[in-house]
Design a protein around this ligand. Structure first.
Ligand SMILES: Nc1ncnc2c1ncn2[C@@H]1O[C@H](COP(=O)(O)OP(=O)(O)OP(=O)(O)O)[C@@H](O)[C@H]1O
Ligand SMILES: [Mg+2]
Length: 345
């Protein structure tokens, strides 16, 4: 666990592998890193060990005296549903009800337990009628309350709860130059899941969670080598998916097989997006999340999907003062911070 701090906004991302806390100060294009905290969860699982999670968060904040309590946190996994809706144009207050009505049909829990929100993507003509295109998010109330309880027990004040794809959009927007009409995909490959988002013209147009990520790779290596999870993870990080002759070939093969399945799921999502939205192809892919640091994963994706692919640096345009931070060390694990940076922005 390590943390550095002075004032600013705080984004909190509790993943299944690690919790990340990021504070950024400044405005507009002049922003700098104020604090960054990272803590492995090890045996702590969300949401079951909520008191341990609160304690860990409190420790993260205390370690370098982060005084401001206001945080923006990400809700992910669990009951979260992300869906695209087309609705007739109507006043905003009616729209809220209409979204709720549509989302109720999509959830597997009792509909009265639904909390939902949406972002408008645009207006489209459908025959004579004008229709609104929306990205809607829904989750079971207890999951949101659980997250709030964890934050409050850590003596924090959750100002907002957001979903990962919106945080990824904020992060992408700050660090990249948008080309008109280009479809970009950002894929956060974490530990238990990957979050795939498609952006165009500064909007989130599609989002989906894929249950394939770093943990599945570690388990595949563990089974192949009949070793502990710790050794398997070390081997995964050491080998990546870069072929270097016969040495390590069996590890590279099992890792490749998992990443290939993930790429196939990404491909399916792109096909669906193109058909559903009558859109062109994806122009560029940006990878983030801890597993984006897997050696060779960007080239592997690019080759399979035939789309330029890059490992994203969520801190590219954010100043890191070398007097206060070990910038090289922070840059090294920057891909893991995409969601927390987006929340802080
Ligand atoms: N250098 C690396 N090479 C390959 N994998 C790595 C590397 N560093 C970290 N990982 C993997 O990244 C994963 C953790 O990533 P991340 O912190 O983004 O997950 P998380 O946000 O906690 O999980 P999730 O979003 O799935 O709930 C782990 O599976 C870890 O083994
Ligand atoms: Mg994550």
């Amino acid at each position: 666990m390590f943390i550095f701090d002075r004032g600013g906004l705080t984004g909190v991302d509790i993943g299944s592998y690690a919790a990340k806390v990021v504070r950024i100060k400044g405005k507009g294009t002049n922003r700098s890193l104020e604090a960054v905290g990272y803590s492995r969860l090890d045996q702590i699982t969300f949401p079951h060990d909520s008191s341990k999670l609160s304690e860990m968060l409190r420790n993260l904040f205390n370690a370098n005296r982060i005084k401001t309590k206001n945080v923006r946190a990400a809700l992910s996994g669990g009951s979260l549903v992300l869906t695209h809706l087309h609705l007739p144009n109507m006043p905003k207050k009616d729209l809220k009800e209409a979204v709720r009505w549509e989302m109720r049909k999509q959830v597997t829990f009792p509909p009265e337990e639904l909390v939902c929100d949406f972002t408008t993507l645009g207006e489209a003509k459908r025959g004579e009628e004008s229709a609104l295109s929306l990205m809607a998010f829904g989750a079971q109330k207890k999951d949101v309350e659980q997250l709030m309880r964890i934050l409050e027990a850590a003596l924090l004040e959750p100002v907002a709860v957001d979903v990962a794809p919106m945080a990824m959009l904020a992060c992408f927007d700050y660090n990249n130059v948008w080309e008109n009409g280009v479809n970009y995909s950002m894929i956060d490959i974490g530990d238990s899941k990957s979050t795939l988002a498609i952006f165009k013209d500064k909007k989130l147009l599609f989002a989906r969670e894929i249950p394939i990520a770093g943990r599945e790779i570690t388990i595949a290596v563990m089974n192949k080598l009949a070793c502990s999870e710790e050794i398997a993870e070390r081997e995964k990080i050491r080998c990546g998916i870069v072929r270097s002759g016969e040495r390590d070939a069996e590890v590279v093969d099992v890792i490749s097989a998992v990443v290939e399945r993930l790429a196939a799921e990404a491909h399916r999502s792109f096909d669906y997006y193109q058909a559903q939205f009558r859109e062109g192809g994806i122009g560029k892919i940006f990878l983030c999340g801890g597993t984006a640091r897997l050696k060779g994963i960007d080239d592997f994706f690019a080759n399979i999907l035939g789309i330029p692919c890059f490992t994203d640096d969520p801190l590219r345009n954010i100043k890191i003062e070398s007097k206060r931070f070990d910038a090289a060390r922070i840059r090294e694990f920057a891909p893991d911070l995409a969601v927390s940076v987006g929340l802080a922005l």
